[in-house]
Design a protein around this ligand. Structure first.
Ligand SMILES: Cc1ncc(C[n+]2csc(CCOP(=O)(O)OP(=O)(O)O)c2C)c(N)n1
Length: 332
C-alpha cells in the first residue's frame, strides 16, 4: 500500500468511528428512532473492503452497516438525516439505520433480517453477469448469519451460476449473545468449511483488526471475483467494541476479553504505524480527528434542525408506490 492509500484508509476508518460515536450519543438522548447496531471496533473491515471496490460495484448490507455505507461513498449528511428520520435522508427518513439504500451509490439496501440481503446480492451479481458487465456485488453478513437457511441456498446458487458475488463475513465472535465457538448455535465451528463446502474460494483474515492486512485481502478478493466471475467467501475476524445493539449489558463476555481487544484497537494501531512509518506526523493525525469530529457534530446539528415527512406526504408516497390503492392498503 502506498502512503496515500494508507491515509485514505485511515481517514475512512476515522470517519466511521466518529459517525458511530455520535450516533451512540444521540441514541442515549433518545434522538435515534428504533434500535441501532454500532460497528465500532470493526471499522477496518468496512473501510478496507469499501476502498477495494469501484464506484460502479454493488453493495448489500446487513443490520450493522453504517460503516459499509460510508465506505461505499454515502455522505454522512444524508446518512445522519436518514438515521434521525429526517426528509433529506437517503430514503427520506423512512428507512433508518437498518433499511437505508442509495441507488446512486449502488447500495441496494441494508437489511434488518439476519442474512436477508444475500438473495438480493445474488440477484445483483447475476444481473452483472447477464449484462456482460464486470462489476461485482458485495454482501456483508455476520458469523451468526451463516446459520440461516438462506445463507446456504445463496451459496449454492452462487456457486452453481458462477456469479461475481463477494460474501464478506464479519466474524465478531458473537451473534447477539451467542458465542461462535460455543456449539450453541453452530453444529460445527467451521466458517471456512461453510464456504469450501460449496466449492467457493474461501479466505480467512485472521487479524481483521490490522487495517492494511484487511485491505490487501479485500483487493485480492475483489480482483478474483471480478476477473473470474465467481463467488468468493472472505471471512474477516474482528470484534465489536460495544454490545450487539443498544440494550445489551454484554454479560456473555468477560471484561478481560474486552480489555484485550481494546488494546488491539484497529484505529489506534494504524495511527501508531502511520507515524512510525513516517507517513504522517502525530500533529496531523490530531488535526484530522478534530476536523472529522467537528464535521460530524455539525452534520448532526443540522440534521436535528430538519423536519420529518408530514402525514400528507406519507400518504402521497404510499399512493405513488401502490401501497395504498383506492384508499385500501396493498394486498387487501
Ligand atoms: C431472521 C432473523 N432472525 C433473528 C433476528 C434477530 N437478530 C438480529 S441481529 C442477530 C444476530 C446476528 O448476528 P451476526 O450475523 O453474527 O451479526 P452481528 O450482529 O454479530 O454483526 C439476530 C439473531 C433477525 N433480525 N432476523
Amino acid at each position: 500500500m502506498n502512503g496515500a492509500d494508507k491515509i485514505r484508509l485511515y481517514k475512512t476508518m476515522l470517519l466511521i468511528r466518529c459517525f458511530e460515536t455520535k450516533i451512540n450519543s444521540l441514541f442515549s438522548k433518545g434522538l435515534v428512532y428504533g434500535t441501532t447496531h454500532l460497528c465500532i471496533g470493526q471499522e477496518a473491515s468496512a473501510a478496507a473492503t469499501g476502498m477495494a471496490l469501484r464506484k460502479s460495484d454493488y453493495v448489500v448490507g446487513n443490520h450493522r452497516s453504517h460503516g459499509h455505507a460510508l465506505a461505499k461513498g454515502l455522505e454522512p449528511e444524508g446518512l445522519m438525516s436518514e438515521m434521525l428520520g429526517r426528509v433529506s435522508g437517503y430514503c427520506r427518513g423512512l428507512g433508518g439505520s437498518q433499511h437505508v439504500a442509495s441507488l446512486e451509490h449502488h447500495l441496494l439496501g441494508t437489511n434488518g433480517i439476519t442474512c436477508g440481503g444475500m438473495p438480493t446480492a445474488l440477484g445483483a451479481a447475476f444481473a452483472q453477469k447477464f449484462k456482460g458487465s464486470d462489476d461485482i456485488c458485495v454482501v456483508y453478513i455476520g458469523d451468526g448469519a451463516t446459520n440461516q437457511g438462506v445463507f446456504h441456498e445463496t451459496m449454492n446458487m452462487a456457486a452453481l451460476w458462477s456469479v461475481p458475488l463477494l460474501i464478506v463475513c464479519e466474524n465478531n465472535l458473537y451473534a447477539m449473545s451467542t458465542p461462535l465457538g460455543s456449539h450453541a448455535a453452530m453444529g460445527s465451528n467451521g466458517l471456512r468449511k461453510r464456504g469450501e463446502a460449496y466449492g467457493i474460494k474461501t479466505v480467512v483474515v485472521e487479524d481483521g483488526l490490522d487495517a492494511k492486512t484487511v485491505y490487501e485481502a479485500a483487493v485480492e478478493a475483489v480482483d478474483y471475483t471480478r476477473a473470474e466471475c465467481k463467488p468468493y467467501f472472505l471471512i474477516i475476524n474482528t470484534y465489536r467494541t460495544f454490545g450487539h445493539s443498544k440494550s445489551d449489558a454484554r454479560v456473555y463476555r468477560t471484561k478481560e476479553e474486552e480489555a484485550a481487544y481494546k488494546k488491539k484497537d484497529s484505529l489506534k494501531r494504524f495511527a501508531e504505524e502511520l507515524v512510525s512509518d513516517g507517513d504522517v506526523h502525530a500533529a496531523e493525525l490530531k488535526s484530522w480527528k478534530s476536523e472529522i469530529k467537528g464535521r460530524i457534530d455539525a452534520v448532526a446539528d443540522s440534521a436535528l434542525e430538519e423536519r420529518s415527512l408530514s402525514a400528507e406526504e406519507l400518504f402521497e408516497l404510499a399512493e405513488q408506490t401502490g401501497y395504498i390503492c383506492n384508499g385500501k392498503r396493498g394486498g387487501q
